[in-house]
Design a protein around this ligand. Structure first.
Ligand SMILES: *[C@@H]1O[C@H](CO)[C@@H](O)[C@H](O)[C@H]1NC(C)=O
Ligand SMILES: *[C@@H]1O[C@H](CO)[C@@H](O)[C@H](O)[C@H]1NC(C)=O
Ligand SMILES: *[C@@H]1O[C@H](CO)[C@@H](O)[C@H](O)[C@H]1NC(C)=O
Ligand SMILES: CC(=O)N[C@H]1CO[C@H](CO)[C@@H](O)[C@@H]1O
Ligand SMILES: [Fe+2]
Length: 854
C-alpha cells in the first residue's frame, strides 16, 4: 500500500498519468465504442519505473521500484473526451536517487492504450517534472526493448546527463530497427523504401508501374518501409494489400492518425470512395447518357443532388458506410441521393469563373499560385534537349501580341517587368505522345502569356498549345497560338484554349505542386528525424509537430489515390504516367529553392532588395500568395532563429552535434538518396545553415502545403473551373464540333473537359482532402503547453503565435480593401485566405495546419 501522508517524507514522489482508452475502427468502418474499461488497468496491470538523471547504477541511471496505476481520478474534467487520469506513487528517496529524467512503462494488460503524459507534481528539492508521451503503449511482450519516455527537458547530445546517455542511444537504435522483416502494427520502426508499391503487376501487365526511387531514370524521395513481401511477378515490387484493408498498412504506430473522430474517418472516407462509390457511379452512368449537356446539369450536383439507381450497389454503399459519413460527405439522405456543397468559386456568381480576369487572378491566388514566372526573353524558349525533341521554342510572334500590350512593344514590356508566363510546356511535352496514344485523354502542352496591367491584375494575352510533331520528336512541335476573343466561335475557342491550359495546370498542381513538392519530399525528413534525432534533441522538438500524420496520409495516398488505376490516374490527363512524370520533375527539385524568397527570385517574380521588409521586392505587387507567404515565411524564420540560437551558441556547436550531423547525412544520403551528390545541399556546418534548413522544412510542411491543398474543393469542386483532363483536341474549322461550337459552345466545352463519372469521383475526393479535422493543430499551436521545459523558447513561441495572429488580421484587412488589392477577391468574390493561419473544422478554404496531414 502506498498510503500517502500529507507530509513529505522525502521518500515518495506522487505523479499523475493521463492516458486514453482504445477506440477501434472496425473493418466495416463503424466507429466501435470504447473497448476498454479503464478500471481494468488498475491492479498491477501497468507499471512505471523512474530513471535517475543524476545517479548511476552501473552505467545507466538508477531505476526505482515499479509503481502501478492507483486510483482513477474521476473528479478532473478531461480536456479531451476519453482521457482518464490516474495517480501513481513512486518510492523515491532523493538522497539515493537524485532527480528523475525518464521512466520505463510496462503494459501487462491485453490491449494497447494511448499514453499522453506523466507529471511528477513535486520532486523533492526540484519541483515539477513533466513527461510528454503521446504514444501508443502495447502489451509489454510486443516489444524487444522497454518503452521509455524522457522528461521534457531538451539536451544536445553532448549535454545529456551521463545516466541518460545509454537510454538515449538505445531508444534511437530501437526506432531505427534492423532493416529486416515485415513490420507489424505495434512496431515503431522508421526505415526507408522505394516507391515500388504503386503497381500491382500480379493483377496484369496494365497494372504494373515502374519503381520510383533508386535509379537515375526515375529518382524519387523515399517512403516509409513496411517490409511487405515482393510480388510474384516482379521481385522488385512490393505486394499490395486488399483495398479495404487500408487501415492495416504499416506505419510506425505513433504516426497513425490519433484517435479522434475526424482523423479516423479519413480512412473510411477514402475507402468508401475507392471501394463503393466508384462502382456505383459507374452504374449510374450506365443508365444515363454519358455526358453533361449543360452547365445547369453540372450545377445540379450541388443544388438538387444526384440520385444513384436502386440496386445492389446502392445497397452495398448504405450497408457498409455509416450513415453519419454518408451525411457528412455526401449530404446523403441515406436513400441514394447525393449532394455536394456548393464550391466557393460559384457561390457568389455562377459565371464569373469564365472571365479572363479571373483566369489571371487564379494564377496568383488560386490553388496553384506557385508556378508563374516572369518572361525575360522573347519568344519563350524551351530547355528540352534539341537533339531529342527538335525545336521546342515557342512559336508566339510579336505581331500576335503587340496590339495587346497597352501601346508597348514586346521588348519594352519585358523591360518594364510586365510580361509573365505560365509555362508548362517543358514538363508535359516529353509525355505528350505517350499520353495521347496510350491513355484515353488527349491534350496539349501549353504556354500562357500574361500582361501585368496598371491596376495590378493579370490579363492573358496568348495561349500556345503544342503537340509533338506527327513525323517524330526530332521535328519539334506542331503549335497553335490563341488570343483573347469574346465574340462568336472565336470566343468559344478562346474559352477552350484557357481550359486546355487549366487542364495542364491541374495535373501539374496535383502531381507536382501538391503531391511531390509537399507530401513526398517531406516524408524522408520525418523518417530521418525519428531515426537520428532523439526526442531529447531540441531540433526533434522543433520539427516534430510538422510531421504529424504525414507518413499515414502518404501511405493511404499510395494505397488508394496514386496507385495504378487509382483515383488520380482515373481523373487526371496524365493517366498511368502520373507518378512517373512526377519522378521526372523531381530531377529538378532543389531543396534550398523550396524556401519562398528563393523560389520567388528564381521565378523572376521578385528581386532582392535590402530596403524591402523581407529583403525582396515583388514585381507583381498584388500577388496574394507571395504577399501573405512572405509574412508567414518571415514569422517562421524568426521563430526558428530564436529557437536555434538558444541551443546553439556558435557554429562549432552545430558542427559537433553528433546526432544533428548523422541526421543531415542520412537525410541526404538515404531519404533523398537519389540527390545525394547534389552540390546545393546545405553542409550543416553553421547556425545559418541549420536555421535555413529548418525554416524550409517547416515552410514546406505547413504553409506551402496549405496554399496548394485547402483551396482544392473551393476552386476545383466546380470541376468546370478546373478541369483535370481533356478528351479531345481543339475543334478545327470544318469539323462537326466546330459547327456545334457555333450553336452550343457549352456542350462542346463539357464534352471536351468534364466527363461525369470522373467528375463525381474527383470532387468526392477533393472534398475529403480539402477539409480540416476537429483535432487539427495550426501553425503556432502545439499539442501540449509543456512541450519543452525551456522558458526562452516558450516565450519565443508565444511571440510567434502573436505574429501569426497579426498576419491573419492583415490578411483580412487587405481582403477588405478591394480598390487597392484587386487580385484578393476577384470577379468570383472568393477572398484569398489560403494562408490565413487558423481555421475551424470542415471545408473552410483557410488555415495552415502544422503538418501535411491530409
Ligand atoms: C531556341 O531559342 C534559343 C534562344 O533564342 C536559341 O538559342 C536556340 O537555338 C533555339 N532552339 C532551336 C532548336 O532553334
Ligand atoms: C498538360 O500537361 C500534360 C502532361 O504534362 C500534357 O500532356 C497536356 O498536354 C497538357 N495539357 C495542356 C492543355 O496543356
Ligand atoms: C484593370 O485594368 C484593365 C485595363 O484597363 C481593365 O480592363 C480591368 O477592368 C481593370 N480591372 C479591375 C479589377 O479594375
Ligand atoms: C494530335 C495527335 O497527335 N493525335 C494523335 C494522337 O494519337 C492517335 C493515336 O495514335 C493518333 O491517331 C492521333 O493522330
Ligand atoms: Fe495534401
Amino acid at each position: 500500500m502506498h498510503a500517502i501522508t500529507g507530509k513529505d517524507d522525502g521518500k515518495r514522489v506522487k505523479g499523475k498519468v493521463v492516458l486514453m482508452k482504445k477506440n477501434v475502427l472496425d473493418f466495416t468502418g463503424i466507429m466501435a465504442a470504447v473497448v476498454d474499461d479503464v478500471a481494468e488497468l488498475l491492479g498491477e496491470k501497468v507499471s512505471f519505473q523512474l530513471i535517475s538523471s543524476s545517479v548511476f547504477d552501473d552505467r545507466e541511471g538508477k531505476l526505482s521500484n515499479p509503481a502501478y496505476l492507483e486510483n482513477w481520478i474521476t473528479n478532473i474534467t478531461p480536456i479531451i473526451a476519453g482521457e482518464s487520469t490516474f495517480s501513481v506513487t513512486f518510492d523515491w528517496d532523493r538522497n539515493e536517487f537524485g532527480v528523475p529524467g525518464a521512466f520505463i512503462i510496462k503494459n501487462f494488460h491485453l490491449n494497447e492504450f494511448f499514453l499522453k503524459s506523466l507529471t511528477l507534481e513535486d520532486v523533492p528539492n526540484h519541483g515539477k517534472i513533466h513527461f510528454v508521451c503521446n504514444s501508443w503503449v502495447y502489451p509489454a511482450f510486443r516489444y524487444k526493448s522497454d518503452r521509455i519516455f524522457f522528461a521534457n527537458q531538451a539536451y544536445l547530445p553532448s549535454e545529456t546527463p551521463q545516466p541518460l546517455r545509454k537510454y538515449r542511444e538505445n531508444e534511437l537504435e530501437t526506432l531505427r530497427g534492423d532493416g529486416t522483416g515485415k513490420l507489424e502494427e505495434w512496431d515503431r520502426v522508421y526505415d526507408y523504401a522505394y516507391y515500388n508499391d504503386l503497381g500491382d503487376p500480379d493483377k496484369g501487365e496494365e497494372y504494373a508501374r515502374p519503381v520510383l526511387g533508386g535509379s537515375s531514370e526515375y529518382p524519387y524521395p523515399r517512403r516509409g518501409r513496411t517490409g511487405r513481401e515482393p510480388t510474384k511477378t516482379d521481385p522488385n515490387c512490393e505486394s499490395r494489400i486488399p483495398l479495404f484493408m487500408g487501415s492495416d498498412i504499416y506505419v510506425p504506430r505513433d504516426e497513425r492518425f490519433g484517435h479522434l473522430k475526424m482523423s479516423d474517418f479519413l480512412t473510411v472516407y477514402l475507402k468508401s470512395i475507392a471501394q463503393s462509390f466508384l462502382p456505383a457511379f459507374k452504374a449510374l452512368f450506365d443508365n444515363t447518357p454519358n455526358e453533361f449537356d449543360s452547365f445547369e446539369d453540372v450545377l445540379k450536383l450541388y443544388e438538387g443532388g444526384v440520385k444513384l439507381p436502386e440496386g445492389p450497389l446502392l445497397k452495398a454503399i448504405t450497408d457498409t458506410i455509416p450513415l453519419e459519413i454518408l451525411k457528412d460527405v455526401f449530404h446523403s439522405d441515406g436513400e441514394g441521393l447525393f449532394k455536394f456543397p456548393t464550391p466557393q468559386v460559384i457561390q457568389e456568381d455562377k459565371t464569373a469563373w469564365r472571365m479572363d480576369e479571373e483566369f489571371g487572378r487564379e494564377i496568383l491566388a488560386g490553388i496553384n499560385p506557385v508556378l508563374i514566372t516572369r518572361l525575360q526573353e522573347f519568344p519563350p524558349k524551351s530547355n528540352l534537349d534539341p537533339n531529342i525533341y527538335g525545336n521546342q521554342n515557342s512559336t508566339i510572334t510579336r505581331e500576335q501580341i503587340e496590339d495587346k500590350l497597352d501601346g508597348l512593344t514586346v521588348d519594352e514590356a519585358i523591360k518594364a517587368n510586365m510580361l509573365f508566363i505560365l509555362n508548362l510546356h517543358d514538363i508535359i511535352m516529353p509525355y505528350l505522345r505517350k499520353i495521347n496514344t496510350t491513355t484515353n485523354t488527349e491534350t496539349y502542352a501549353s504556354r500562357t502569356l500574361l500582361l501585368l496591367q496598371d491596376n495590378g491584375t493579370l490579363k492573358p494575352i496568348a495561349i500556345e498549345l503544342s503537340l509533338p510533331h506527327p513525323d517524330g520528336d526530332q521535328f519539334g512541335t506542331v503549335s497553335k497560338v490563341y488570343t483573347p476573343s469574346d465574340q462568336g466561335v472565336e470566343g468559344s475557342i478562346w474559352q477552350l484554349a484557357k481550359a486546355y491550359a487549366v487542364v495542364n495546370d491541374s495535373g501539374i498542381h496535383e502531381l507536382i505542386s501538391h503531391w511531390l513538392n509537399t507530401h513526398a519530399v517531406i516524408e524522408p525528413f520525418v523518417i530521418a528525424t525519428n531515426r537520428q534525432l532523439s526526442v531529447l534533441h531540441p531540433i526533434h522538438k522543433l520539427l516534430h509537430p510538422h510531421f504529424r500524420d504525414t507518413m499515414n496520409i502518404n501511405a493511404l495516398g499510395r494505397h488508394m489515390l496514386i496507385n495504378s488505376a487509382g483515383t488520380i490516374e482515373l481523373t487526371f490527363f496524365t493517366g498511368k504516367y502520373s507518378m512517373e512524370m512526377s519522378a521526372i520533375v523531381y530531377k529538378d527539385w532543389i531543396f534550398p529553392e523550396q524556401g519562398l524568397p528563393a523560389d520567388l527570385i528564381k521565378r523572376g517574380v521578385a528581386v532582392e532588395d535590402s530596403s524591402s521588409p523581407h529583403g525582396i521586392r515583388l514585381l507583381i505587387q498584388d500577388y496574394p500568395y507571395a504577399v501573405d507567404g512572405l509574412k508567414i515565411w518571415s514569422a517562421i524564420k524568426s521563430w526558428v532563429t530564436e529557437y536555434c540560437n538558444f541551443y546553439y551558441k556558435s557554429d562549432d556547436t552545430v558542427k559537433k552535434d553528433s546526432e544533428l550531423q548523422a541526421w543531415w547525412k542520412e537525410l541526404r544520403e538515404e531519404g533523398h538518396g537519389d540527390k545525394k551528390d547534389e552540390p546545393w545541399w546545405p553542409k550543416m556546418q553553421t547556425r545559418q545553415e541549420l536555421i535555413e534548413s529548418c525554416t524550409i522544412t517547416i515552410w514546406i510542411a505547413s504553409a506551402l502545403h496549405a496554399a496548394v491543398n485547402f483551396g482544392q474543393y473551393p476552386y476545383a469542386g466546380y470541376l468546370v473551373n478546373r478541369p483535370s483532363l481533356s478528351r479531345m483536341l481543339m475543334p478545327e474549322p470544318g469539323s462537326p464540333e466546330y459547327e456545334e461550337l457555333k450553336t452550343n459552345p457549352d456542350k462542346v466545352f463539357l464534352k471536351t473537359t468534364v466527363p461525369p463519372l470522373q467528375t463525381l469521383l474527383e470532387i468526392s475526393v477533393l472534398k475529403i482532402l480539402s477539409r480540416h479535422g476537429s483535432d487539427t493543430l495550426y501553425l503556432g499551436q502545439r499539442d501540449s503547453p509543456e512541450w519543452t521545459k525551456d522558458q526562452e523558447p516558450l516565450l519565443a513561441f508565444e511571440r510567434f503565435g502573436k505574429k501569426l495572429s497579426d498576419i491573419g488580421n492583415q490578411i483580412l484587412q487587405m481582403n477588405g480593401d478591394h480598390e487597392k488589392w484587386k487580385n484578393r477577391l476577384g470577379p468570383v468574390k472568393v477572398p484569398y485566405i489560403s494562408l490565413f493561419p487558423t481555421s475551424g473544422e470542415g471545408l473552410t478554404g483557410k488555415g495552415i495546419p502544422n503538418s501535411v496531414s491530409i
